[in-house]
Design a protein around this ligand. Structure first.
Ligand code: NAD
Ligand code: UFG
Length: 359
């Protein structure tokens, strides 16, 4: 019986050692990366954050430490610096990479296509070269529902065609997905999971990490939050003549904490499979701009003044996904609803405003 107990203990130790992984998070100090770092730490993994701080603040690493009780290693660096990447992959004994780093503002990408292709596409190639040279061949990539372009069918499944993005940012995601697919075809040792995010919003319930864009926000939730807190006077609703129930745009909003968990849940799949796969991460239902405004008003107790404005160039009417593949492959499903997303966004915004005022 003692031998059996020893054997079970041994298997348990092997299981724990095997499942705890050292994971490099490029762009790990950003909105989604920082929440994923929290999720990985809570699952017992060891994330190492690599970020050039072009869109993140140094304080994020301590905030992650305050949430989880473990401050992860942070290395300041650019993904286009292949030599540094190689050194980090080797010295930190990295077993898998989650690749968030990149530029993400759709409107800005129209005016700065070369910066977007350099950062996102060339940066990814540098990362892949560094990974190949040290033999790390497991990657989870931050893709986007933008790769589907204008949906032909809803909900969107991964079988829908891609390749019709309406802006350079979206094209970088399509190019990267294709490069990754070619890489997997060329070398059967690679394991690549492209996670196609729908619309991540919300913040960590602690209010310590969230999304605080520089300047005027482009995206709906950060804009609404600033209107609610009085930092902006009103929300422009871009278009109320879409073919949707209330005429405003419809999106599949997903709590960033759920999205982060999707990466942690995808990791065992990346370890136990090779080849390329794309998987949607969304809630599987759409909310209109006006429904989100109402949910935010309820969560914050503040009124959001509205101005109806023309449609925004490049916007689609509606998209939401079929998230069943993520459930089937990773056992992942979003847990939080729109009320939770608005509540946590508002909590983060309120703390941020207090912080700004006391500075
Ligand atoms: P973010 O800007 O908050 O995070 C990206 C991080 O990457 C930032 O911390 C930035 O400093 C860093 N970075 C940028 N260029 C870098 C470089 N060359 N080298 C090293 N670090 C660099 O953005 P996010 O919302 O957390 O998005 C993460 C990823 O998810 C991005 O690839 C984005 O395109 C993708 N994505 C985001 C959304 C969204 O709505 N937030 C939707 C779909 C896909
Ligand atoms: N909207 C407004 N007013 C605003 C901002 C947005 O009415 O001030 C509307 C938009 O017109 C759209 C909806 O709110 O109908 C959502 O817009 P967002 O800018 O928040 O999000 P998008 O769906 O346009 O795009 C976001 C990211 C992309 C990503 C995509 C899918 O910005 O990078 O989600 O993940 F690719």
């Amino acid at each position: 019986r003692a031998a059996l107990r020893c054997d079970a203990l041994g298997r348990w130790v092997v299981h724990v050692i095997r499942t705890i992984m050292r994971v490099l998070l490029t762009g790990g100090m950003g909105f989604i990366g920082s929440h994923t770092a929290v999720s990985l730490l809570e699952a017992g993994h060891e994330p190492i954050l690599y970020d050039n701080l072009s869109n993140a603040d140094r304080s994020v690493v301590d905030r992650i430490g305050r949430i989880t009780g473990h401050t992860p290693t942070f290395i300041e660096g650019d993904i286009r610096d292949g030599a540094l990447l190689k050194q980090v992959l080797r010295n930190e004994h990295i077993e898998a990479v989650i690749h968030f780093a990149g530029l993400k503002a759709v409107g800005e990408s129209v005016g700065k296509p070369l910066e977007y292709f350099d950062n996102n596409v060339s940066g990814t190639i540098k990362l892949l070269e560094a990974m190949r040279s040290v033999g790390v061949k497991r990657l989870i990539f931050s893709s986007s529902s933008t790769v589907y372009g204008t949906p032909q069918h809803l909900p969107l499944t991964e079988a829908e065609p891609t390749g019709e993005a309406t802006n350079p940012y979206g094209r970088t995601k399509i190019h990267i997905e294709e490069i990754l697919a070619d890489l997997c075809r060329s070398d059967s040792e690679w394991s690549v999971v492209c996670l196609r995010y729908f619309n991540p919003i919300g913040a960590h319930p602690s209010g310590l990490i969230g999304e605080d864009p520089n300047g005027i926000p482009n995206n709906l939730l950060p804009y609404i939050a600033r209107v609610a807190s009085g930092r902006l006077p009103y929300l422009n609703v871009f278009g109320n003549d879409y073919d949707t129930p209330d005429g405003t745009g419809v999106r599949d909003f997903i709590h960033v904490v759920d999205l982060a968990q999707g990466h942690t849940d995808a990791l065992p799949y990346a370890v136990s499979h090779t080849g390329w796969i794309a998987v949607n991460l969304g809630c599987g239902r759409g909310y209109s701009v006006l429904e989100v405004v109402k949910a935010f008003e309820d969560a914050s107790g503040r009124r959001i003044p509205l101005h109806f404005a023309p449609r925004r160039a490049g916007d689609i009417a509606a998209n939401w996904c079929d998230p069943t593949l993520a459930l089937k492959l990773f056992g992942w499903k979003a847990k939080f609803g729109i009320e939770d997303m608005c509540r946590d966004s508002w909590h983060f915004e309120s703390l941020l405003k207090t912080e700004c005022e006391t500075r």
